[in-house]
Each structure stands twice: as structure tokens, then as C-alpha cells.
Design a binder for this molecule. Structure first.
Ligand SMILES: C[S@@+](CC[C@H](N)C(=O)[O-])C[C@H]1O[C@@H](n2cnc3c(N)ncnc32)[C@H](O)[C@@H]1O
Length: 672
């Protein structure tokens, strides 16, 4: 329909062209900015604001009533899961649920959220208050959750994305250990907003680096071919990492092969370092020219910490301390290197001698040297010893260029096609667009967790499961016991998509199937991994009381009576109908147990089914629990005598029983 020109729009466009700074990033006029410009606004301060920020923050801290149900039929080798989880569900709710048992436990979070390019799909939190559409879509239809495109034409384009990411980062931070690290992939569209949001959620001072990942260029671009994306890396507490003298290093190409050969020789020769040294020297000699390990051929000496090479003991750049170091045989002071000792204090030098990290020459006329192990032991990497990159006076020692471990630069060069092809080969078809490169992710996870073989790694935008794949790869390589927790929305797959034609209906089905294939192995002679995982799905609470809606026309007392009657009526039938497992998962998770909890029947009580529950956290959580709706007097007395936590169902207790238990056990008594 023809319309008259929009004069207001024209005037605003003119204003915007002259004063772009008066407009928000969504293109709206910001009157407060105009007031500030003419000196009438509030005093200036640096802040990052967008529409809906306050509400987004509130959402992060709003408790959830949802629960997680164990899905045995979609799990794989649950007895070997050892903490590996794939959780199908909306990640904000899931993160909140994980808080009670995983707070401060996660060593590394990697996420690859939707980039907000206008083409990808963003899950809207609008119905967090009333999640009915989510439950309807996940529970009633098999097809999964519908998500909307966040079109650029929408005036809230950036705000919508920020409102999605901000609360999730706020909750995720609480899951990190004090020495934990978070890495977030993003591209040009939202890198600025992501950095500023992460500065707020994690603290600007905890920014470690923003990596650039060059994935290859396309020749069809008219100006520049932008083939890179970013990865923002933040620590939970960068100062804590510095205080702990944390140094991140990765193995150079060729180092792994040397280590593998050393392990093989150790098995053959047992404790004889000399025999291993002889064979290792021979192995180096027989390597074909150009083999990456050849450049590290100085690692031919061996001790109980593996292969090592000598390393200069003087202070890089000169001006190091000069003190006496007595030769172990002659007892006389060794010659001090011209640049001074590379170890700042005599007592640290002595400690390193005692640790067998310093090697004396035949006599004191030459300075001793240091050992540099192929896999350095922690004491070799002491930053005080002139190796701290942030020490302005420390100059890189050219001798160090030949070390087997290196610091990573901030650029990654790897074609995205490598990951696309690898996933296509594994799944037999192209079932997921733009998977991340699991091999590169494995290297990064290894790097930022300092090689921790037990790190818990979380990805709450799981996609095709690349992070879980990376964790399994690392464990296979070094026999580690890292665990993955991957969260993926049951996002609907449309019939026109290739994945649909392969039989997948939800993206979470792809996540689960990929990880199954990785564990089962592929090819003519598959080599299955000694691993498994449990699948959980986000569901409405199994306890019907959370559905009770108070009647606004009734008084509080009347509503309370109605609530009690409602609970009694519903719960009486609930516990007879629902399998105990469903209720116990919800109860244990909300009581802070990790999802790998173990149950042991208390056999001395015959009148009721009573269990001891414990999990495998560093300090395991424990409790005694009964899900029966009627308790015998013997059972009740037994519970009253317990010294730990007691978990019972409200439905099993009348007011007197509850009062008695509360009186005897105090906060150790929990009723659901
Ligand atoms: C860019 S992809 C991640 C790809 C993944 N890194 C890989 O290598 O396959 C983002 C994923 O997050 C999922 N997602 C989006 N919003 C979500 C939400 N609120 N909760 C859980 N998953 C969500 C999408 O369905 C999509 O699979």
C-alpha cells in the first residue's frame, strides 16, 4: 500500500549520519546521550548497557524448579561413564541445576554459542517465567524445540544476543574452579559485545588472551575475505594462576613420538636408564631425515622422569646472582657462569640439586648444567628462574628454542574444512554445519588445564559434540580421566536438512550419536574406547507442588491450606506411579550430589528400603535416604540416630514426625 514519506525516519537518519554516537548499537536514538552531550545528563561513567540487561541478570539468579531425568536407553556404557554426561536441555536451566553439585568444580569451559549472524538460530529466553512452550515441544512432540532467527531487521538485534549470552556466562562462572578457565568462540559480529560482556561477568582483569583462528579464505570476497574468528580466553582468577606460578606449555611436534618410544623402552628395560639411553640414541639415529623428532634429538638422556637434555644454567641476558655452589665430589665452589646463576637464590639451587635436576661436571672447574625434561617436572618451570615472560629483564635464551615444550602464540591456523570432513567421515553424511575442530580443541583444553588428566570440561552449547570428542581423544592418548559435560538443546531439525534425511530429529540426537561413534570406534577394525556416558534430559520437576498456582483472590492462609491438600492428593499417587530413579535423580542433584552418585542398600532395616548415597567429588557427599511414603517406627528411630544428612519424602511424614526429626537432626534433615 502506498504511504507518505516517513518524515520522522528521514530526520532521524540525518541526525544519525551526523551524530552516530547518539544512537544505540541497535540504531535507536539515545536521549540520555543527547542530554550528556549538551551537559545536562548525569556525570559520565564507563558502562556497558543494552535493552533488557537488568532482566537478563535477574534471570541468571532466578531459581529453577526443573529437574534432570536419567535416560538409560540413550546412554552408552553407563558403568564406564565416570562422570561423562550429555544433557539434553535448555542450557540456562541446566546450568542452574548443575550449580548445586558442580559449583567450583569445572576446570575448563569451552563454548561456541550461536554467532548471531542473522542466519543462525537463537533460543529465546522470553518464556523463562513460563516454560510451557519448551515443555510442550520437548515432551509432547518428538521433534524438538523450535528456535527463531534473530533477524538483523529486528531493532533489538544485538540486545537479543546479549540477553541470551549474559545470564549464561554469569551462571557458568560459578561452576568454574578457582584455577578454571573459560574459552568462548565468536566471530566479527559479536566479538566486541562478547568481550565487554565477559569483562563484566568475569572481570576485565581476568582476560588472558583473545586468540585469532584463521580458518581459510575464499576467493569470492569483493574486498577482504574474512576467514578468521576469535576465541576469548578468561580465567576465573588470573591472579590465583599467577600466584600458583602457573605456566602453560605445549609439546612441540615430534615430542610425543619420543615419549611413546621412551615408554616402550621403559617397559622393555625396566629400571635400567642406561639401556634405555642406548636404545633411544639408536632410535634417533634411525629416524628418517626430516622427521619432526629429529630436531629434538638432544633428549637422549633418561632418568625416572623420562628423557631429558642438558640446559644452560646461567641467567638469560646476564646480571644473574653469584653465590657459591659446592661441587658434589670435590666439595669446592663450582665456577660461576659469566652471566651469573640462572637460579635466583642458593636455597632454591640446593632444592633443585636435591631433586636431581642439576648435573655436576667431572669437577668444579666448569659450572654444572640443568636438566630439561621432555615433559618438564613442575620444579623445572619455576618462573623465578628467569623464565617468566612478564619479567622485562628476562631475555629469551636461544638455547631454549630447542626445548620440547613451547608457549602458544595467539593465532591458530587451521582450515575449517578439516573438521567438516572429519565429522562427515565419522557420521557418514554432513549432518552438522561448522563443527569445531576437535583436534585443535583437544590441544587447547590440554594447554589451559596444564595437562591435568582429571579435568572436568564443560560445553553448554554442545552442537555436534566436538568438545566431548576432544576430551575422549585426550584420555585415549595419555590414559587420563578427564570428564566431559555437554549440554545441547533438543533443537528441532527441519525436514529439508541433510541430518533429517539421516534420521535425526533433534540436534541433541546428533550430539549423542557422534559421541557413541567415537567410543565405539570406526572402520574395519574398530577399537572401542574404555569409556561411556550418561544421558540426562531436562524435565519439569517430578514434584507436582511446583505447579501449584496460588489463587490471588484467596488469603495467604487459605492458599496454604489449598497447597497442602493439593500436595497430599498429588504426591500420594505420584510415588506409586513414578519409578524411584526419576525422583532420586532430582532429589540428589538438588541436594548437591553429582550425577554419578552411588547407592548402597542398608540391609539392617527390613521394614523400609533405605539407602546410603555418596558421590565421587574430592570430598564426597554422603547421606542416608528413603523414598518410601510410609516409615516404620524402627526406621524413624534409626534415622534419628544418624550423624550425617538424612533425606526423606514429605509425603512420608506427619507434622509431629517432621518436628521430631528437625529437632534431633537440625539442618541435616532434608524433606522433599
Ligand atoms: C555453534 S553451535 C556449536 C557447535 C559445536 N561447537 C560443534 O563443534 O559442533 C551452537 C549450538 O548451541 C545450541 N544452542 C543454542 N541455544 C542453546 C541453549 N539455550 N541451550 C542449549 N543449547 C543451545 C544450538 O542448538 C547449537 O547446536
Amino acid at each position: 500500500m502506498p504511504q507518505s514519506p516517513d518524515l520522522l525516519a528521514e530526520r532521524l537518519a540525518r541526525l544519525k549520519s551526523d551524530f552516530p554516537d547518539l544512537f544505540t548499537d541497535e540504531g535507536r536514538l539515545n536521549p540520555a546521550e543527547l542530554q550528556r552531550l549538551v551537559g545536562e545528563g548525569e556525570s559520565e561513567r564507563y558502562e556497558f548497557r543494552w535493552h533488557g540487561k537488568g532482566e537478563a541478570k535477574r534471570r541468571a539468579f532466578m531459581p529453577t524448579t526443573a529437574a534432570l531425568n536419567y535416560d538409560a536407553s540413550r546412554s552408552m556404557n553407563p558403568d564406564q561413564a565416570r562422570g561423562n554426561l550429555i544433557i539434553e536441555g535448555e542450557n540456562l536451566e541446566v546450568l542452574k541445576l548443575l550449580l548445586s553439585s558442580y559449583r567450583g568444580q569445572v576446570k575448563c569451559i569451552y563454548i561456541d554459542p550461536p554467532y548471531n549472524t542473522g542466519k543462525d538460530f537463537v533460543y529465546s529466553d522470553n518464556y523463562t517465567q513460563d516454560k510451557r512452550p519448551y515443555w510442550e515441544q520437548t515432551g509432547v512432540t518428538e521433534g524438538g524445540v523450535k528456535v527463531d532467527t534473530n533477524a538483523q531487521a529486528d531493532g533489538r538485534y544485538h540486545s537479543n544476543w546479549l540477553n541470551m549470552i549474559y545470564p549464561r556466562l554469569l551462571v557458568a562462572r560459578q561452576l568454574l574452579r578457582e584455577d578454571g578457565v573459560v574459552m568462548v568462540s565468536i566471530d566479527d559480529y559479536e566479538i566486541d559485545n562478547l568481550r565487554r560482556t565477559m569483562d563484566e561477568a568475569f572481570g576485565e582483569e581476568n582476560h588472558v588472551a583473545t586468540l585469532v583462528w584463521e580458518k581459510g579464505r575464499k576467493n569470492d570476497a569483493k574486498l577482504f575475505s574474512v576467514g578468521h574468528e576469535y576465541m576469548a580466553v578468561y580465567a576465573k582468577d588470573l591472579q590465583a594462576l599467577k600466584d600458583a606460578k602457573t605456566i602453560w606449555r605445549e609439546a612441540k611436534p615430534g615430542a610425543k613420538e619420543i615419549w611413546d618410544e621412551y615408554v616402550r623402552l621403559r617397559k622393555t628395560h625396566g629400571e635400567s636408564d642406561l639401556a634405555i639411553e642406548a636404545d633411544l640414541t639408536e632410535w634417533f639415529r634411525n629416524l628418517p631425515a626430516g622427521h619432526a623428532s629429529k630436531r629434538l634429538a638432544r633428549y637422549r638422556r633418561v632418568d625416572s622422569n623420562g628423557p631429558w637434555r642438558d640446559r644452560d644454567i646461567s641467567w638469560p641476558g646476564g646480571g644473574g646472582p653469584r653465590y657459591d655452589v659446592l661441587h658434589k665430589d670435590t666439595g669446592l665452589p663450582c665456577k660461576v657462569p659469566e652471566r651469573g646463576w640462572g637460579i635466583s637464590a642458593p636455597d632454591e639451587m640446593q632444592r633443585q640439586i636435591d631433586l636431581d635436576l642439576i648435573v655436576f661436571r667431572a669437577d668444579h672447574t666448569e659450572p654444572p648444567f640443568r636438566k630439561a625434561h621432555l615433559r618438564p617436572v613442575a620444579d623445572e618451570l619455576d618462573p623465578e628462574n628467569g623464565l617468566d615472560e612478564e619479567d622485562e629483564n628476562a631475555t629469551a635464551d636461544p638455547d631454549d628454542a630447542g626445548l620440547a615444550m613451547q608457549v602458544r602464540g595467539s593465532c591458530i591456523y587451521k582450515q575449517s574444512q578439516v573438521a567438516v570432513k572429519a565429522l562427515r567421515k565419522l557420521m557418514g553424511a554432513k549432518v552438522f554445519p561448522n563443527p569445531k575442530d576437535y583436534e585443535e580443541l583437544a590441544k587447547l583444553i590440554q594447554y589451559v588445564t596444564g595437562g591435568d588428566p582429571c579435568a572436568l570440561v564443560l560445553d553448554f552449547f554442545g552442537g555436534s559434540g566436538s568438545t566431548a570428542h576432544a576430551v575422549l581423544k585426550l584420555n585415549r592418548e595419555d590414559g587420563g580421566n578427564r570428564q566431559f559435560v555437554t549440554v545441547q538443546l533438543p533443537e528441532e531439525i527441519k525436514p529439508k536438512e541433510a541430518a533429517y534425511k539421516q534420521g535425526y530429529r533433534k540436534i541433541s540426537d546428533i550430539t549423542i550419536d557422534r559421541v557413541k561413534r567415537v567410543i565405539a570406534g570406526t572402520g574395519d577394525k574398530p577399537q572401542p574406547l574404555d569409556a561411556g556416558f550418561k544421558v540426562f534430559s531436562l524435565v519439569k520437576s517430578n514434584f507436582p507442588r511446583v505447579e501449584f498456582a496460588p489463587d490471588p483472590d484467596k488469603t495467604e492462609a487459605e492458599n496454604l491450606i489449598a497447597l497442602k491438600a493439593y500436595i497430599q492428593a498429588k504426591e500420594a499417587s505420584l510415588f506409586n506411579v513414578l519409578p524411584r530413579e526419576l525422583i532420586q535423580d532430582e532429589v540428589f542433584l538438588k541436594c548437591g550430589f553429582q550425577l554419578d552418585y552411588q547407592l548402597e542398600r542398608v540391609t539392617e532395616l527390613t521394614g523400609n528400603e533405605v539407602w546410603r548415597v555418596s558421590d565421587s567429588q574430592a570430598t564426597p557427599r554422603t547421606a542416608v535416604v528413603c523414598f518410601d511414603t510410609q516409615l516404620t517406627a524402627v526406621t524413624l528411630d534409626w534415622f534419628k540416630a544418624q550423624t550425617g544428612r538424612v533425606i526423606l519424602l514429605e509425603a512420608a511424614l506427619d507434622t509431629t514426625m517432621k518436628w521430631n526429626l528437625r529437632h534431633t537432626l537440625g539442618a541435616r534433615f532434608i524433606a522433599f
